[in-house]
Ligand binder design. Structure first.
Ligand SMILES: NC(=O)c1ccc[n+]([C@@H]2O[C@H](COP(=O)([O-])OP(=O)(O)OC[C@H]3O[C@@H](n4cnc5c(N)ncnc54)[C@H](O)[C@@H]3O)[C@@H](O)[C@H]2O)c1
Length: 467
């Protein structure tokens, strides 16, 4: 009788587990994961032949591309050999900029048509195609550049939808060329130091992170070529610019290096300011504006961690990338005020029940002293000074370019691979799916197609002589 009761209970329990699983499956939206083409392998830890001098072709010479040209001129071991923009005067202005900085004529100049960049991709003395166009042009240029045997570095966001994301992954895996997104915010000083702290265990186990792109773009909307940015926001719902917020915190969580994002849900406000801004900009009545003024996305990981990612380019809130790291024993926040907070261990007889909390907050000079003990291995004081003198968002852009050229020169894996690109960009299309389905959870695909747990933690590759 007792044995029968146990059997019935076990059967009921199994049934309950089965129902749960089925329910979970029904309540999450899945997108197709294309099978890896036969003969193709992943590009985790991809290395390529070392390049003595990295010859760079820059495509898209607007605000960001012109700045990239200025910075790249200062990178040891790099040479700009080709320039391309739809507009011929931008190519000439950048050639003039290079001359002012002591450089000569580039070998190739391309302009005048929508696909002038094909010539740059085919140019023999180009090793790396560095793409700074509007978002819609990133994908075709990157795909063709890899087809031509070039490595590619693509401004953010590199890809706009899941087809583009899988397309770039497959192209990088097929051609064995690097395909890196230029996510500069991974190289800001606070983020790099905090990453070092997390890796050395200062916060205990990191369980939750936050990142954002809150930047009132009012002063910039008129500056973009052909109104591409406002136009894109007008037509697309979701967090269309997630990478600055999510990139640095994914590195802290070792995403596809021991953990992976599994599901997300998003909510947005309706568009309060967007349509007004578009109407002011175009001088015409605007009835529909797809992008909400504020979009929030929650993501869960395989190891039970959570992430909050926000997007707001429409309201006058102060600039913020949030960057918050919550651990079992500590906390870091960059915005609105930089600070760290660590658990204080007290002997049992010293515990005062009237105190709500017993953690130590580090801000101002104390924060700087703490940071000095956790200087990121690749940020020597001399290198930091050089980065700050060349600049680019305070120096982080220079560090990013420097690391890219350094790794290509030494034939090392890059800091950010095509799977980072995929994970950071996928928030845009997946958040849109969630929003369009009443904030339902959406599965985040495993873009490595099975290898997310093979690499043990995020690391910067270093040449033997620098270890
Ligand atoms: N990482 C960052 O901090 C950061 C900052 C600003 C912009 N960005 C990114 O940089 C990219 C460029 O932004 P921007 O502010 O310079 O925009 P922009 O409008 O100033 O420049 C875009 C340039 O692309 C050119 N272009 C358009 N179509 C082209 C084509 N078919 N072939 C060649 N050139 C073409 C335009 O003529 C223009 O010069 C975007 O992806 C943006 O998101 C990144």
């Amino acid at each position: 009788m007792k044995a029968r009761f146990v059997l019935i209970c076990a059967a009921l329990a199994l049934l309950a587990v089965g129902c749960c699983k089925q329910q979970t499956a029904e309540n999450i939206i899945k997108t197709p994961v294309p099978a890896r083409p036969a003969g193709q392998t992943d590009v985790l830890g991809l290395t390529a032949e070392p390049i003595e001098t990295v010859r760079i072709g820059v495509v898209g010479l607007g605000m960001r591309g012109s700045e990239a040209v200025r910075r790249l001129v200062h990178i040891p071991g790099a040479e700009i050999t080709a320039l391309c923009d739809l507009l011929p005067d931008r190519v000439e202005a950048n050639q003039a900029q290079m001359k002012e900085l002591g450089k000569g004529e580039v070998t190739g100049k391309y302009s005048g048509t929508q696909e002038s960049w094909r010539g740059l991709c085919e140019q023999a003395d180009v090793d790396l195609v560095y793409i700074c166009t509007d978002w819609l042009n990133h994908y075709p240029i990157a795909m063709y550049a890899m087809e031509c045997g070039k490595h590619v570095a693509i401004e953010v966001p590199a890809a706009l939808d899941l087809d583009q994301i899988w397309g770039l992954i497959n192209q990088s895996e097929k051609t064995r060329r690097h395909c890196m997104m230029l996510e500069n915010c991974c190289y800001d000083f606070f983020e790099m130091t905090t990453l070092e702290m997390a890796q050395r265990g200062l916060f205990g186990e990191v369980i939750h992170v936050e990142g954002a792109y809150c930047h009132n773009l009012d002063p910039y909307w008129d500056e973009y070529w052909n109104n591409w940015r406002l136009d894109y926001n007008q037509k697309h719902r979701g967090d269309v610019y997630p990478t600055h917020g999510i990139g640095p915190v994914c590195q802290v969580l070792n995403i596809h290096r021991g953990d992976r994002m599994t599901a997300l849900v998003s909510m947005d406000t309706k568009s309060f300011n967007g349509a007004k801004i578009a109407a002011n900009h175009t001088g015409m009545e605007v009835r529909e504006f797809a992008n909400g003024d504020q979009t929030s996305t929650l993501i869960r990981t395989e190891k039970g961690k959570t992430m909050l990612i926000e997007h707001d380019v429409m309201t006058p809130r102060p600039y913020s990338r949030m960057y918050q790291v919550v651990g079992t024993d500590g906390y870091a926040a960059k915005y609105p005020v930089g600070q760290y907070c660590l658990r204080v261990e007290k002997p049992a007889d010293k515990v005062d029940a009237r105190h709500i909390s017993d953690e130590k907050v580090y801000s101002g000079a104390e924060m700087e002293a703490l940071q000095a003990d956790y200087r990121n291995a690749i940020l020597t004081p001399e290198f930091e000074a050089l980065a700050k003198s060349v600049g680019g968002h305070g120096g982080m852009d220079f560090i990013m370019d420097y690391r890219l050229v350094y790794c290509l020169h030494h034939g090392l894996p890059l800091d950010m691979d095509v799977y980072d690109l995929a994970e950071w960009c996928c928030v845009a299309p997946l958040s849109c799916i969630s929003l369009e389905h009443g904030s339902m959870p959406v599965e985040v695909p495993d873009f490595t197609r099975g290898a997310w747990n093979r690499v043990d933690g995020f690391h910067y590759a270093l040449a033997k002589e620098d270890k």
